[in-house]
Ligand binder design. Structure first.
Ligand SMILES: [Zn+2]
Ligand SMILES: [Zn+2]
Length: 59
């Protein structure tokens, strides 16, 4: 796989994945491998309560 260009979210890291929903090219940091979505779409796809739990121990 050879996607060239920068992540469309942070625009500072090389894009390595493509979002299955919006088609955005994103770096590994902004790609959710479980969902196959970029960080933006993953945040919307996830149930709100699950995202709240994730935020508590994020990083
Ligand atoms: Zn990024
Ligand atoms: Zn997306």
């Amino acid at each position: 796989m050879s996607i060239t260009g920068l992540c469309q979210i942070c625009e500072s890291r090389p894009a390595e994945h493509r979002c299955d929903n919006c088609g955005a090219l994103v770096c590994e940091v902004h790609y959710d491998a479980d969902l196959g979505l970029c960080a933006d779409c993953a945040a919307q796809a996830r149930p709100a309560r699950e995202r709240d739990e994730t935020d508590t121990y994020r990083f």
